[in-house]
Structures are given as structure tokens and as C-alpha cells.
Write a protein that binds this ligand. Sequence first.
Ligand SMILES: Cc1cc2nc3c(=O)[nH]c(=O)nc-3n(C[C@H](O)[C@H](O)[C@H](O)COP(=O)(O)OP(=O)(O)OC[C@H]3O[C@@H](n4cnc5c(N)ncnc54)[C@H](O)[C@@H]3O)c2cc1C
Length: 493
Amino acid sequence: MAKSVLIAGAGLGGLATALRLAKKGYNVEIIEKNSMSGGRLGQLEKDGFTFDTGPSFFSMSYEFTDFAKDCNINLPFQYYQLDPLYSVNFSRSPKTYHLYNEIRRLADQFREEEPAFEAGFRRYLEKSRRLYHDTNVVIKSNYDSMFQYLLTLMKVNPVHLPVIFRSFWQQVSRYVKSNDAREILSLVAFFLGKTPFDTPAVYTLLSYTEFMHDGYYNVTGGMYRIVEGIVDELKKENVRIIYNTEITDYISEGRTLKFLVDRNYKKWGADIIIINADAAVFRGRIFKRREFSEEKLNKMEWTMGSLTIYLGIKCKLPEIQHHNYYLGNNYREYADKVFKNPEIMEKPYYYVNVLSRSNPGCAPEGCESLFFVCPVPDLRLKKNWDDKDEIVDSIIDDFSKRIKKDIRPEIVSRTVYTPADWKDQFNLYCGSGLGLSHKMMQIGGFRPRNFDEVYENVFYTGASTIPGTGLPMVIISSKLTTERVEEYSAKKS
Ligand SMILES: Cc1cc2nc3c(=O)[nH]c(=O)nc-3n(C[C@H](O)[C@H](O)[C@H](O)COP(=O)(O)OP(=O)(O)OC[C@H]3O[C@@H](n4cnc5c(N)ncnc54)[C@H](O)[C@@H]3O)c2cc1C
């Protein structure tokens, strides 16, 4: 039985896979480019404030509890449900919508714009529910071949076939009629890193997970507790994490990968090697595969870049919820341009998370730690970020107007990550925050596989392989990769 495992990358995918395998008796070692674990699920401590740098909530909480059960541990962090899930403000109106779990309470807010909203919304959720349950098998399976993927797709109830040909926006529009309702319900497509107009309608199943099946959750003490909790469990299993070690090369022998080689030419070997770095980029830039050459990577469809802002302010903002979206009046135009036209930044759409609202330890007394995310074009479309401060100032000004309080004089800590920073920190392709998009031809059997095409002892884990992006999907990915490793190991015994 192959017993030693080396994992390149200590993102959630690498950490979760490491714990699953360590619990099954493998000797696991992790090498990480940066000086801390977590990858995009990161943390910034600065000027007395603590910020989650990437994820600010998760859905499908049961994936985490199942993970803990599989590893035979108590979940090493505590989470709590967000209610409202989020709030949305349009620049066209002073009204702010609060998206509550309780449908009647949510629907009450649309009574004026769309009296029939509640009935339409319930029908929409019912369709999303059926989609979720009928496609679960597709999300939770490994595929050895395209044929096997297509066979799995054929198990999905054919009643959903028309959905394949629709966009998220078209699907939502069939059930609700007002612009406000359509824009609010389709916002979730932005979480997948594209716009509602180019995200497949099959992802409307997320609305069911948000509003009915489960909800949105934050972690007590901040999202980074997820990482700290798993790292503590890994220590108990004697899993070593070696930091500041970036893989740049490799040594192979026939169909076996012998070593990964770091920047300082040090060799790292094991019976089984798992890549948590981006599965397409690693195949292209490290393994030099033609299918993932620079030209091919450039032709793939990538999600938006992220401009993220971390502000510590010396006042409280009690009127702001945990999760808040600030949208303009030109939803369609914005969505059309965000990938193509850097000038769109003049009227940015953005999201604000107030971490200290539910986690007072994350800011000094009387202060607030704020996190802004603004979807922006990736580095192929906007290479130069010298104007980042201007853009950030315009977002802060807009936010101040919306909340009717000028926060500029209150700022005591300010940090900005542009797509260039995201790229440099985690080797993300052109600063694309969520990696490859989830168009039909880049999911399931079409997504970079979680086993290598050449080396039989190499596997991939995380958001860049199946099933896709987001923390619960990464946890599912760790399970699918573990199954691959177990199969390989059994074959070798
Ligand atoms: C701004 C932002 C907000 C987000 N918000 C949410 C949210 O609210 N909820 C949610 O569910 N998801 C969210 N996501 C998505 C979520 O962060 C990712 O899906 C998830 O963290 C990906 O985990 P991963 O392990 O696959 O990859 P990563 O976190 O990217 O981990 C990969 C690791 O590999 C390391 N690495 C890369 N190359 C090498 C190399 N050559 N050698 C050694 N190490 C290497 C990297 O440094 C990194 O630590 C957000 C993402 C971003 C960018």
C-alpha cells in the first residue's frame, strides 16, 4: 500500500484532504508557498484589527459536519446562521432589502413592486429544490472518463433538460417580474464569479440551499477559525506543514512523479502527490502540458478579478448588517462590461462585510472591521492598477453616501488587494478570484480532473477541480480526491 502523501498547497482543499488521509493512516506532509495556511481562506491582522481576507460566509453547513464525522472528530470551529442572509441597496432608491430566511417576511418587502412575488418566489424555490436533489449525484461523483460523466448526467431527471439552455437570469425571470426581485435573486451568480447572464440556470439550485435547505453561516471568531481548527487537528496527527516553499519544477520516472522541486531546488517526494494549487495552471506552468499551455489557458473562461479592501474604522456602524450589497442602476450594462471594460470601475458594484458586527474580538472597542469586495476585470483586461487608490476612494465615498455617514475621517487602517496581489499570493490565473468559471463546458467531466493524465500517483484537490468553487464544494472535493487516493493505494497493495 502506498503510504506517504505530499500535498502542494495548504488551502482548504489541501488541509481537508490531508486530514482525511492522515485519519486513514497515511503519512502526510504539506508544502505551502506562503507563510501561513488557508490560501484564499486567509486572515490579515493589522493595526489591532482582524480581517478575513476572502470568504465571509458559507452555505451547505452539513458538508462541514459530514467532514468532521468522516474524520471522527468534533467540528473544530463553531458557526452561526446569518439572518438576514444579506441586505441589498440600489443607488436608485433609499430602500434596503433584507433577505430573511423566513419567506413571508422576505416577501413582504416586495409587496409594492410586485404583489405576486411570494407565489412566484415559492414556485422558483420549489424548482430549485428539485434541481438540487436531482443533480446531487453529479456534484458528488468522481468520473474516470467523459463517457462516465455523460452516463451520470443521464441519471438526472430529463424534466430539467430545458434548464441547461437557460441562463440564471432567464430562469429567475420566469418566476418573478420586477427588476428589483430579478436582480436580487440573481445576485448569487456573482458568487460563482460570473454574471447572472452567463451563469447556467442549473446554479439556481443555490437559491434553494440559501433560502430553504440550509442558509448562510459565519464562524464564531471569524472564518479563519476553520483553518486554525483543521491545522490543530493535523498537528494531532503529526502532519507537518512546511511554509515559504513554492513548487516550480518536478522530476518524473515513467508514469510516476518522483519529486516536486521548489524554488531553491530542494526535492520533495512521496508515494502519492496531491496538488492543491490551481489544477489547470499547475498542469500548464509546472508540468508544461500542451492542453494547458498559456494560449489554451487564455482561451478558457475565467471568473472575475477581485478588488478587496480591508478597513479598520474608529466608530460603530450599527445600522449595517453582516453582509451588504451595494448595486447601481445599470445591472445589465454593468454585467456586460465588468469583464471587458475597465472604465466600469467608475460605477462599481460592491459587497461589504462587517466582521466585527458578530465577532467583536475582531476590532478594538468602539471600532469596526470592514471588508469590501468589488468584482473587477482580470489582469488580461486591466493590467495596471496604479489607480487603485482612486478606485478605492470612489467606493468609500459611495458607501458613505449610501449609509449617510462619511467614514473617511474614521479610517485608521487601510489595506487593498488588487487582482495582481491575488495572483501573486496564490498563483491565481490573471488574478481571477474564483478560478475557472462554471460554464457547462468547464464543470463535471469537462473541469480539470482530480487525477493526473500522465502520472498515476498524482491527484488534485480544491476549487479548481471537481466539483467547483466555494468552501462546501472544496470539502466535497477533498472527499472525492481521498476516494481516488484510496483506490490507487489499494491497487498498489
Ligand atoms: C475575494 C474572495 C471571496 C470569497 N468569498 C467566498 C465566500 O464568502 N464563501 C465561499 O464559500 N467561498 C468564497 N470564496 C471562494 C473560496 O475562497 C475558494 O473556493 C476556496 O478557498 C479555495 O480553496 P482551495 O484550497 O481550492 O484553493 P486556495 O485557497 O487557492 O489554496 C491553494 C494553495 O496552494 C498554494 N500554492 C499555489 N501554488 C503553489 C505552488 N506552486 N507551490 C506551493 N503552494 C502553492 C497557495 O498559496 C494556496 O495556499 C471567495 C474567494 C475570494 C477570492
